[in-house]
Design a protein around this ligand. Structure first.
Ligand code: ADP
Length: 224
């Protein structure tokens, strides 16, 4: 079996993070830890907390660091993540969150942070056409719909447009990304923990680039 991995994935909305993280989690046999998916699951329960979370997400704003970091710390402490690692998607999103994630891990435990780069004009096109399964989170688009009547090919769930994929919320999320999350690229680069990978082209070719970046990094680590 391939060795596990401890990976943070960055990239603006629509860069294909979710799609790549699912594939990477299968490849390395480690859990895909997506804060967006965890929050959407909380919303589905209909709890009072879920209702508040939904309001913030639908506006395209960020949840507070405390709630996010508690959720992530809990998940990272589970046996599967401790044993083989994780693909962290959607967190960190601020420098403060990056500091907390670093403190949660043992020094040197993080293999790499990958930034999936896609030009803004292209992510805007992708987001406008994105459709998502409400049950399992599989991504589709208006040009690659499920086979039958907007029912998910994988689980049969309903495939819809995300409520935060409206033009207004998309603009707000991209703006927040530039202000709050883009600085993380320098943060990880200055710690020699960053690889930039082009996110254009087919999902398979992007996956190959990400895996190559991880293996190159591991190869260099062994040579030390
Ligand atoms: P996207 O990257 O397309 O915005 P996600 O599914 O990762 O989608 O996140 C959806 C929403 O969940 C965000 O807009 C935000 O409201 C909330 N969220 C997810 N991760 C975080 C985080 N680390 N910190 C604060 N809010 C978060």
């Amino acid at each position: 079996m391939v060795p596990g991995v401890r990976l943070v994935v960055l990239g603006k909305q629509g860069a294909g993070k979710g799609t790549q993280c699912v594939r990477l989690s299968h490849h390395y046999v480690v859990p895909h830890i997506s804060t967006g998916d965890m929050l959407r699951a909380a919303v589905k329960t209909g709890s009072a907390l879920g209702v508040k979370v939904k309001e913030t997400m639908d506006r395209g704003e960020l949840l507070g660091d405390d709630i996010i970091m508690e959720m992530v710390a809990d998940r990272l402490s589970e046996p599967d993540a401790r044993a083989r690692g994780f693909i962290l998607d959607g967190c960190p999103r601020t420098t403060h969150q990056a500091e907390v994630v670093a403190a949660l891990l043992l020094p040197g435990a993080l293999d790499l942070t990958v930034d999936i780069e896609v030009p803004t004009a292209q992510v805007l096109r992708r987001l406008a056409g994105r459709r998502v399964c409400t049950d399992c989170g599989t991504n589709y688009s208006v040009t690659t719909p499920p086979k039958v009547n907007w029912m998910c090919d994988i689980c049969g769930g309903e495939v819809i447009q995300r409520q935060d994929d409206t033009e207004d919320a998309i603009r707000r999320r991209l703006d927040l990304y530039e202000r709050q999350t883009a600085p993380l690229i320098d943060w990880y680069e200055s710690r020699q923990q960053l690889a930039k990978v082009s996110g254009t082209g087919s999902p398979d070719s992007v996956l190959r680039r990400v895996i190559r970046a991880i293996e190159e990094r591991r190869g260099r680590g062994q040579g030390r």
